[in-house]
Design a protein around this ligand. Sequence first.
Ligand SMILES: NC(=O)c1ccc[n+]([C@@H]2O[C@H](COP(=O)([O-])OP(=O)(O)OC[C@H]3O[C@@H](n4cnc5c(N)ncnc54)[C@H](OP(=O)(O)O)[C@@H]3O)[C@@H](O)[C@H]2O)c1
Length: 278
Amino acid sequence: MAIVMDGKLVSNSIRSKIKEEIAALLVRKPKLATILVGNDESAKVYIRNKEKACLEVGILSVQVNLPEESTNEILLQTIEHLNNDSSVDGILIQMPLPKQLSTEEIIRTISPGKDVDCLHPLNLGFLCSGHAIFTPNTPQAVLSILDFYQISLQGKKAVVIGRSNIVGKPVSLLLLDRHATVTICHSKTIDLPSVAREADILVVATGRASMVNKNFIKPGAVVCDVGINYVDGKIKGDVEYESVFPLASYITPVPGGIGSLTTTMLLNNTLKAYHLHQ
Ligand SMILES: NC(=O)c1ccc[n+]([C@@H]2O[C@H](COP(=O)([O-])OP(=O)(O)OC[C@H]3O[C@@H](n4cnc5c(N)ncnc54)[C@H](OP(=O)(O)O)[C@@H]3O)[C@@H](O)[C@H]2O)c1
């Protein structure tokens, strides 16, 4: 039977440290600017939740709402304005952006020192070279939950299923930095279950509900499920929890696991950005 790694517990513990640190800041408080383009209801909820989390720990937040039909130029000007605003520490752009906008150019315009989502190529370069200033929120959430439960990574065999730029690749780099031996799998991997069964640490980020079942698990493996899938109105992970739970030594639930920590990692990066600017 696995120990359930409780993302909310880890999140509360990290948030209370952030809150304490911010309460002690006398000169000014950190500030996060969020940019939302369009009227997507779920994007609005994400932004509201991030603002609520900021408020809870004492980070100031400012929201810029732009119409769906905004041009690249308008967005670039908005970012430049926030780059030059010394009261703003972090800039977060809610993704995905409408199709007429050039996401790559927009990301490259964010000042790397305010790039709290860790999307700018310079920050990704630092991450690749093992000198990360910011780490991407969801991959860092995986590392933070493993650290909280004191799961050692050095010399362990880690298998990551998924190679996206926002989850699979960066989480692999973070695990490698911590001296795990990392294998990255994807949709073309041959005999995925047998590769996954090699893993001491298995991180799953495929966006395929319940895809990883007991056939993928070495008994005693630590399983981190990054997946968030909506199935019949319910949130499901990429791991078939019921069949994997009895075999794993540790497992993250969905909901209540990695997803509970992502926003907390954003708060942490905003505080880091604040210290960079002081
Ligand atoms: N908890 C959070 O805060 C958070 C944040 C971000 C994402 N997520 C969730 O994490 C999951 C992954 O997100 P993402 O953005 O990384 O997704 P993505 O960009 O769609 O990438 C999915 C990856 O999984 C691989 N894959 C898909 N089907 C596979 C299969 N049958 N066998 C092996 N590999 C397969 C793909 O391989 P190819 O490269 O070969 O196509 C790709 O590399 C989603 O459920 C998403 O909702 C959660």
